[in-house]
Ligand binder design. Structure first.
Ligand code: FAD
Ligand code: MG
Length: 359
């Protein structure tokens, strides 16, 4: 089946906010981090909403330029990658230290299915830049087994050392954590960058007295924030990975802050001779992950965690994926290749604060 790449609202179809009178509902859209950012704001003052949207885009651009980009020399991740092999390691900012520690936790709990040290293999496949049109399909070359196994030698969170101190001098690192990357290792935070950004936007929203509720989407990651004036539930439709013009049903969420993240093989991929090469890689093989899952949506209270779990669950498949989300008290909804929908127990409970209603 041939599926079209859709840029807008990867994975999740947004249904919230219709017919709201008070406060005023405003919408903004822009691009950042290679994806569309949509801001849906409920604000008592349109000027505040406009200023907030500007501030949010500035935040996203700063985050990309100063911390997360693997391409821009100005960013911390770029400098960290450039330090690979350095005996003295690299001193991490408090934010990145915290984020990498969270990623390592999911790596451990997922038994390696989620791994931010996959940069060397991700760059080899170049599926993201092909899917986004940055490079043409003609330039796509399936890497050889040899290339993949060579690149895989430079991957693996088990080779990372994250220490609160200087291993060379034995002195405690002043005010921070130091990381030691083996030569050639490249960190890639593509799987969690948007979740990190949404958590920072949540913090920004907490300081906005004029904005009572918001739905912010960044590609396949969505933050639902606060409560609408009538305190009604949020409704978020889930796109059918087998036919992205349709929905498989709706998540109904009590008014509160939620992160809804979707990972799938139907948005960023390249098709060659009928074979679909997508961008979520199995760290065990270095090839696009193969499981019965076409799309998985995670519901959590934390942006990075939701993003990491959706990637991990796509790699792990249903059985192990459900075990993983349970460890983090998160909920998951899987859409399988045959159209079957499997969800964690919490989403099926009638009294739950988050429910899934099938179409
Ligand atoms: P997920 O489905 O959650 O994960 C897939 C992504 O995570 C892959 O793209 C890869 O980067 C990585 N990954 C793959 N397998 C694993 C695994 N097993 N464990 C951990 N990580 C894995 N896209 C553009 O087209 N152009 C840009 O200029 C651009 N700039 C960006 C800048 C930033 C700061 C960020 C965060 C993203 C940017 N992107 C850009 C998008 C990026 O290339 C990825 O496509 C996107 O982040 C994938 O999001 P996702 O939620 O679909 O990924
Ligand atoms: Mg993810």
């Amino acid at each position: 089946m041939k599926l079209k790449i859709r840029v807008l609202l990867l994975g999740v179809l947004f249904l919230a906010g219709c017919g709201q009178k008070e406060p005023i509902f405003t919408q903004y859209a822009d691009t950042a981090m290679g994806t569309v950012i949509q801001l849906n704001l409920y604000s008592t003052d349109t000027e505040s909403a406009k200023n907030f949207s500007k501030e949010t885009m500035e935040l996203l651009n700063t985050l990309e330029h100063e911390r997360l980009s693997w391409r821009l020399e100005t960013s911390e991740v770029f400098r960290l990658n450039a330090s690979a092999g350095a005996e003295e390691g690299f001193p991490l900012s408090e934010d990145l230290a915290h984020e990498l520690a969270a990623c390592l936790d999911v790596w451990e709990q997922s038994e390696g299915a989620f791994d931010v040290t996959l940069g060397a293999v991700v760059r080899l496949w170049k599926i993201d830049s092909l899917a986004s049109g940055e490079t043409s399909k003609e330039e796509f070359v399936i890497p050889s087994h040899e290339e993949i196994s060579k690149a895989l030698e430079k991957c693996g969170s088990e080779h990372l050392q994250l220490v609160a101190g200087d291993m060379v001098t034995g002195e405690a690192a002043e005010g921070g954590t130091r990381i030691y990357l083996p030569g050639g290792m490249q960190i890639d935070l593509g799987a969690v960058g948007k979740g990190i950004a949404l958590s920072e936007i949540e913090a920004l929203l907490n300081n906005q007295s004029d904005i009572s509720a918001a739905v912010i989407s960044a590609g396949g990651s969505i933050l639902v924030y606060g409560a609408k004036a009538d305190n009604s539930t949020w409704k978020v439709g889930i796109v059918n990975p087998l036919d992205t013009s349709t929905s498989i049903g709706t998540l109904v969420l009590d008014p509160s802050n939620w992160y809804i993240t979707t990972s799938g093989d139907y948005e960023r991929y390249v098709e060659v001779d009928g074979v679909l090469y997508h961008h979520i890689l199995d760290p065990a093989t270095g090839y696009p992950a193969e499981s019965e899952v076409r799309g998985v949506t995670i519901l959590t209270r934390d942006g990075l965690l939701g993003d990491a779990l959706s990637t991990a669950c796509f790699v792990l498949g249903v059985e192990e994926g459900l075990q993983l989300v349970e460890k983090y008290d998160a909920e998951a909804l899987f859409v399988l290749a045959d159209g079957e929908i499997v969800m964690s127990e919490g989403l099926a409970e009638e009294s739950a604060d988050a429910k899934f209603i099938a179409e």
